[in-house]
Design a binder for this molecule. Sequence first.
Ligand code: SF4
Ligand code: SF4
Ligand code: SF4
Ligand code: FES
Length: 948
Amino acid sequence: MALVQEFNTGTPIRVNGAMVTLTIDGQSVSVPAGASVMAAAATLGTQIPRLCATDMLDAFGSCRLCLVEIEGRKGTPASCTTPAEAGMKVKTQTPRLAKLRRGVMELYISDHPLDCLTCSANGDCELQAQAGAVGLREVRYGYEGVNHLKSPTDSSNPYFTFESSKCIVCSRCVRACEEVQGTFALTIEGRGFGSKVSAGGVDFFDSECVSCGACVQVCPTATLNEKSVIALGTPEHSVVTTCAYCGVGCSFKAEMKGEEVVRMVPYKAGKANEGHSCVKGRFAYGYATHKDRIVKPMIRKHITDPWREVSWDEALQYAASEFKRLQKDYGRDSIGAITSSRCTNEETFIVQKLVRAGFGNNNVDTCARVCHSPTGYGLSKTFGTSAGTQDFKSVEKADVIMVIGANPTDAHPVFASRMKKRLREGARLIVIDPRRIDLVRSPHVKADYHLPLLPGSNVAVINALAHVVVTEGLVDEAFVRERCDLASFESWARLIADERNSPEATAGMSGVDPGQLRAAARLYATGGNGAIYYGLGVTEHSQGSTMVMGMANLAMATGNIGRAGVGVNPLRGQNNVQGSCDMGSFPHEFSGYRHISDDATREMFEHLWGVPLSGEPGLRIPNMMDEAVEGAFKGLYVQGEDIAQSDPDTQHITAGLRAMECVVVQDLFLNETARYAHVFLPGSSFLEKDGTFTNAERRISRVRKVMAPLAGMADWETTIAFAKALGVEMHYSHPSQIMDEIAELTPTFAGVSYDRLDELNSIQWPCNDKAPTGTPIMHVDRFVRGKGRFMLTEFFPTDERTGPRFPLLLTTGRILSQYNVGAQTRRTSNNAWHEEDVLEIHPFDAESRGVRDGDLVSLQSRIGEISLHAKISERMQPGVVYTTFHHPNSGANVITTEYSDWATNCPEYKVTAVQVRRTNHYSDWQEQDREEGFSLRRIAQGLVDAAE
Ligand code: SF4
Ligand code: SF4
Ligand code: SF4
Ligand code: FES
């Protein structure tokens, strides 16, 4: 296996229809108009020497190494900045050019340390390669003059170094930070010989840098270099795979030495990220080999007993015998399973198969229950399918971008970079969020409107936006007439036009200025292509499903569906949350969102699986816990999900888990849920298995194994072995066979196979006979359900209200460096940026409570109490506080309530009435949790030590 080398055209080639034909070194070549001479030459296989150019960045023209001769033109123009023109005759190799290039290279080398043999980039350095390419044999200027060889090295970033003595000031890093990432953290300071790269006058760690790695990737020398490469040496082979963090689904080359990952390099051919990355996927992969990994199966009779390491066979037999006993003693419906949105489609599919075909019930649910289940419900009701409408690229055609309840720069950073690029090009921006998220104002990006609504008032705001559209004559009547169900439109429009939904009437509930709201509605409706992107700030509410339908209504009413640049797009949280839903993880649906009560669908599954299946929907996660507390639900198989930390009302979840007789946890680490487990089955990371993930744009991408599973089995193999122990035979020897079965049983996946994925790189479902290469944009000519249906979206305030005891509203979210419950990121150097969850509070609320920045404060709701350190922040509005839930002992979910979405039970994480007070101690729950946590860690440590 070799390193996957990606072709670099030197400057980007943008396909725009028109082609020009020119001659380069006597060979004819046609390229899209606007492509550079350098790129045209590259398509012929001629790599013109270059240093400041790379095809991730616009041409810059500073190094003067890429000179060419063009017939009829004077001088030697730079090929990177010269557009290819029809009829041009170009020479890339002449004695004059060779001399000029050697002269340029000589100057560079005379100010560069000559330590190639011991340099960490030896063999992977463009300066070294280009010196060879131009035939440099001597450096006439010597190395004694004024130079930069003693410039300092900045090692402050946990993942890469900046060895400035090696910098050739090509500006690639500065441009990558601007053009690709959109952070503008770097500048070139000084002029001429004194110019140097600066991270704003401070070191990288204290700068605006968000560690996306774009600068490291484009640096042609070892100046910006991964610490892992410095430690391990240059990689030897690579495998293309998919990031296992967020729903952007970035494609990476895992560059390896033997079975050790040297670095993760974003893959340019990956359509979700096109060569970009964020700090998590790029650098935070060390958790996969962290010493906390549990690699031996364990069992115990009672959760108060110490764990006992056993063989795989003993663990699986024990779990199976317990599950059989429970069904015998308490009935068929007394057990169930939770699938993982971190696992592959194939793994998820076979867990739900195990439940339906093996347990004989439909008690299967997934973590999407607590995040995007309202998306499934809302988009399915209005459009006819449970997924976002666009590909990510679509944002490049958006004229007005509306971001609702999402914080893309932290939670979906690579998509945020794409979005920011479009905004810098002139697209307009509306942000609807209680907080002033970074997008509201960041370098060269400023929201036209920020509507800082009060948590819990989403539906009031979407109705008010729609009210403006309906009452001011902004409806796209032609679209509604042709594409939508008219009767549903009329009854919706009647409701929406009512004065109670006007911006003025709703302002008291939402806190949004009616004038700003009216202006935002007009902009969205009349500003060209309007695209909505939303996140958990929409779904995790008691009216989450209503809000999703409200956005879909608004998009249909303004004709913003069915082409590039528009749409309604959920920014999915976990890497495979779309996939886990697609695969039939909900208790009422088979794969492809078909209801289990549909006889024809059920018969198809029964026929292939050879067992009768129940048509009765099973239990959702909250109902499993309710039934467990009541004594009817006794056994749970949890694959890759930490419900004790991530689900709301922690005490209720743990009470449910405690009440069960056999909890089987399959995970990488002894997570919080494992405290209540009787069987622990070691999980496998994304590096240890084959499979597929499906991202937020419905893109199915391959996950490829780069190392053997540390515990001996990949997750899909463990499920098969567990099924076998239960007497359910699953005959798959490779995940590709599971995908073949998914394709056979799921019309939207009918054309998907591993061969097809290898050929096309990735596929957006639906993929079938009608769409053999997949479907980037949905609902183009007609909605999946035929006519788009407007759904009534009456606003009902949540029952969770502020009052004298709990006068503030708490809302929750994520930050860039940590991920979800932090199980992975907390085991990486990302902790350097976020060691603990803090409470963001507005200065006004802080002052009135005597709270200073950094004080320990008690955060109390009617459900529970925790203590956190305060961070005073003007990003908050008065009356609203905010925290994250990345660290288990913060216990954000100890205080969130039992309220949930009326349609899907998705918890109302985003609205909790709280009080904040200064305190000098942690809460009782935290103290107890700490004690238990220490003993848990001691057990884990003992096991690790024993294993070593
Ligand atoms: S790592 Fe990313 S954000 Fe940081 S300086 Fe480099 S390009 Fe900019
Ligand atoms: S750090 Fe690298 S990319 Fe940046 S200017 Fe120096 S050599 Fe060029
Ligand atoms: S944006 Fe998401 S998928 Fe991409 S590298 Fe970051 S965490 Fe991974
Ligand atoms: S590559 Fe063209 S001027 Fe640097």
